[in-house]
Design a protein around this ligand. Structure first.
Ligand SMILES: C[S@@+](CC[C@H](N)C(=O)[O-])C[C@H]1O[C@@H](n2cnc3c(N)ncnc32)[C@H](O)[C@@H]1O
Length: 400
């Protein structure tokens, strides 16, 4: 929540906010760079400055409204820390202003206008908790929870995902021995559910087509108890660069990273029609991560969603070629926007009659994950209903 800041911290916050409002780079990168240059700020001060700038970004419409048209960064910070933004009479605001969303996003908000839509928006405007995934190859959830508690770190078992722990508060965890030895990984509970939806079994051939840093590849590798193979592909060699090391730490020899030129890389043809399960965790707007990256709603517009949908369709089509008859294809995003989700899946299914949708919640229930019925065949997670980041996933199967 907003709170007054000492004058020096107020100045730092205003200077940093001024840079952030240029939206030239992702906010977390700008914040890190600012702290690297301003070494006099201690860790507590940095936390207070970061909380204040992220608060302003989350609630920018109301903060701007309270500070007045064309207000300086200094005045915006004052409106935030003084709480003027929260005291505005809601009746004087449009629904998008009340929800601190840009108009284009409110118009496309996938929950029908009304109380639920507002509650979901409000939940996306809260800071995110820290979730861990227990690496079941190395440890059991109960034992990890007890070891963390002994070190003064309180956690609660995840609400849905069987290997998830939610950290209470903000303890420093990065150098904890369980993190260093690969027994735990940071992974949002919703993200864990996407990996779970793939349903990988021991000994299978799996492709994680957009593996990034490999968070889901490691989860899948552990789910297969270090058997079979997880081919972890990505166009970014940089993102994949630490995966081999992380897999080693996690005691996984079944995760094989490979940088690809693009989704049609010729080296993929050797796997055509041979893979048991393919996960496409597609590049997307990332709007499902607004709790962590509130700048994303101000840095994008409908044009970006349309551009992303073209790339997503191309990747899904290429990835589908690898699925063997009877195999599973999961298309997922960290976005709740229909254009990037059902829009892409519907277009794909209309051109690929050999694939059909399998109800996602039923597939998860078979693995012991019981989510409330959402009236859809796909998975749509959000921070209000599920207390996770926003995610979408469709599970498809190729006719045998
Ligand atoms: C949502 S991220 C993946 C996150 C990752 N699965 C994880 O769990 O950490 C999407 C990834 O898609 C990759 N990507 C973008 N275009 C691609 C393409 N044409 N083929 C394969 N991967 C691509 C990006 O480099 C990015 O790492």
């Amino acid at each position: 929540m907003s709170a007054p800041l000492p004058a020096v911290l107020h100045q730092h916050t205003a200077r940093l906010l001024d840079q952030l409002l240029q939206f030239a780079h992702p906010a977390d990168a700008t914040v890190q760079q600012y702290f690297r240059k301003n070494t006099a700020l201690g860790s507590r001060d940095r936390a207070r400055v970061a909380d204040a700038v992220f608060g302003c970004l989350r609630h920018l419409r109301r903060v701007r409204h309270a500070a007045g048209e064309g207000a300086s960064a200094d005045a915006l910070v004052a409106a935030w820390t003084g709480g003027a933004w929260a005291a505005i009479d809601p009746a004087t605001l449009s629904p998008a202003e009340r929800a601190d969303l840009p108009d284009w996003l409110m118009e496309r908000w996938p929950w029908p206008a009304g109380e639920v839509a507002s509650a979901v928006a409000e939940a996306f405007n809260q800071p995110a908790p820290l979730d861990l995934r227990v690496n079941i190859v190395k440890a059991k959830r109960d034992a990890v929870q007890a070891a963390l508690a002994a070190a003064g770190i309180e956690t609660v078992a995840g609400r849905w995902a069987p290997h998830a722990l939610r950290v209470v508060g903000k303890p420093a965890l990065q150098r904890h021995p369980l993190m260093v030895d690969g027994s735990i990984e940071v992974q949002d509970e919703g993200s864990q559910l996407l990996g779970q939806l793939l349903g990988a079994r021991r000994g299978e051939q799996i492709v994680d087509f957009c593996a990034g840093a490999g968070g889901k590849s490691l989860q899948i590798g552990a789910q297969m108890r270090n058997t079979g193979r997880v081919h972890a592909f990505d166009v970014s060699a940089g993102r994949l660069s630490e995966l081999a090391q992380r897999a080693k730490r996690a005691a996984l020899g079944n995760v094989q990273p490979m940088a690809i030129r693009d989704e049609n890389d010729v080296r993929l043809s050797r796997l055509a029609g041979k893979v048991d399960r393919v996960l496409v965790d597609a590049p997307c707007s990332g709007l499902g991560t607004l709790r962590r990256n509130p700048d994303l709603k101000w840095r994008q517009g409908p044009e970006q969603l349309a551009e992303k949908a073209v790339l997503q369709g191309a990747i899904l089509t290429a990835a589908a070629r690898l699925v063997k008859p009877g195999g599973v294809l999961v298309y997922a995003t960290c976005s709740m926007m229909a254009e990037e989700n059902m829009g892409v899946v519907d277009a794909f299914l209309s051109e690929h009659p050999d694939f059909t949708i399998e109800p996602a919640l039923a597939a998860l229930a078979k693995q012991g994950v019981e989510l409330p019925d959402n009236g859809r065949s796909t998975l749509l997670l959000d921070p209000f209903h599920h207390d996770t980041d926003g995610f979408f996933a469709a599970r498809m199967v190729r006719c045998a």
